[in-house]
Design a protein around this ligand. Structure first.
Ligand SMILES: O=C1O[C@H](COP(=O)(O)O)[C@@H](O)[C@H](O)[C@H]1O
Length: 252
């Protein structure tokens, strides 16, 4: 069963998730020496990273050694490297450049003006990068927390309803003709998302309330991809009150 946490509004949600993420990464480092996180783009995903950067600037109780955090992405827009549509750009500004994650630990998905002319080759390269970081005999590294935003129609990463990505079993997929611009993207597939230790879905705003309610009621993942994600140890739906408004009231 997924956990569902509801905060008052988007600001409170970003603060709470920022604090929880710092605690979770610090705990992973205490056990493994390193931590790994998969980032999401989008409004609430970026707001969370700003909160983490704020915490990093404070003399906090729990601290993360940012030189020992591997950063991956759940999806990326296949556009030029300097395009503000890239999720990587937002994450670098909000957190990565602020806390100084070493370049070798920032595993960005390729841009369209780099080594690869098409998103299929970019996706294959990213799958190989993940495999290179994986323990012997595995194709994916340990991911402590995988963050996902969700679109109002239930897309997660760049897995959109009724698109080829919903049935693609590869860990990383190319996405073309995406209904939300930009149309060409690279995304983790369900196989990689659902191999993470913990998956946290960050959802804010009443426009997403129907999809939240349907996903938690057990919608068909091909039609509502958010319904198809789950972490190995935990799946957490982290919502603001507006996004939670169509959930059934808790018993009692
Ligand atoms: O296109 C995307 O959208 C989702 C959700 O974005 P939001 O602004 O509605 O929160 C995001 O999670 C994903 O990474 C991104 O590429």
């Amino acid at each position: 069963m997924p956990d569902v946490v509801v905060e008052a509004d988007a600001d409170a949600l970003a603060r709470a998730v920022g604090e929880a993420l710092v605690a979770r990464l610090a705990a992973a480092q205490a056990v493994h020496g390193t931590a790994s996180v998969v980032l999401t783009g989008g409004g609430i995903g970026t707001a969370v990273l700003q909160q983490v950067a704020r915490l990093a600037a404070e003399p906090v109780r729990e601290t993360v050694d940012w030189t020992a955090v591997d950063v991956w992405w759940g999806d990326e827009r296949f556009v030029p490297a300097d395009d503000d549509e890239r999720n990587e750009r937002g994450a670098r500004r909000a957190l990565l450049d602020v806390v100084g994650v070493p370049a070798g630990r920032v595993h960005a998905m390729p841009p369209s003006d780099g080594e690869f002319a098409d998103p299929e080759d970019a996706a294959a390269w990213y799958a190989a990068e993940l495999a290179a970081a994986a323990p012997e005999g595995h194709v994916l590294p340990r991911i402590d927390v995988l963050l996902l935003g969700m679109g109002p129609e239930g897309h997660v990463a760049s897995i959109f309803p009724d698109s080829p990505a919903v049935r693609d079993e590869r860990p990383v997929v190319a996405v073309r003709d995406c209904p939300k611009p930009p149309p060409t993207r690279v995304s983790l597939g369900f196989a990689a998302i659902n191999a993470a230790e913990e998956v946290w879905l960050l959802v804010s705003g009443e426009g997403k309330a129907p999809a939240v309610a349907e996903a938690l009621a057990g919608a068909e993942p091909a039609q509502l991809p958010a319904a198809g994600v789950r972490g190995v140890r935990a799946t957490r739906w982290l919502l603001d009150r507006a996004a939670a408004r169509e959930l059934p009231a808790p018993p009692g």
